[in-house]
Design a protein around this ligand. Structure first.
Ligand SMILES: [Zn+2]
Length: 104
């Protein structure tokens, strides 16, 4: 860990329309995600093989219009997203979300 917690600490999380999720971080950076990409990046045990790390999720099985129904905080380090396709076991640590930011 770098010790700079503001990089991995969100100031606000909000949906921008049906397809985009925006996170503003405490260091001032804003990340905008296509929500379906976040669904495809789910790292839970049913989406990624725990032993090999290989993806088990078939992208074609994820609806084009998949979107978050509910987003809940998990402690101080992550969010859990309840998806419109019924999937709700994915935990997204803030550090990983920051890595997934398409704009770095
Ligand atoms: Zn998953």
């Amino acid at each position: 860990m770098s010790g700079d917690g503001s990089r991995h600490s969100p100031a606000s999380i909000r949906q921008q329309g049906p397809r985009q999720l925006s996170i503003t971080w405490r260091d001032g950076h804003e990340s905008v995600y296509e929500v379906r990409n976040l669904r495809l990046a789910c790292a839970c045990a049913s989406c990624v093989d725990e032993w090999t790390g290989a993806g088990r999720l078939e992208p074609a099985s994820v609806p084009e219009d998949v979107h978050p129904l509910r987003i809940e905080p998990v402690g101080r380090y992550a969010i859990q997203i309840h998806w419109s396709d019924g999937h709700d076991t994915g935990i997204y640590p803030f550090a990983r979300l920051r890595e997934l930011d398409p704009n770095g």
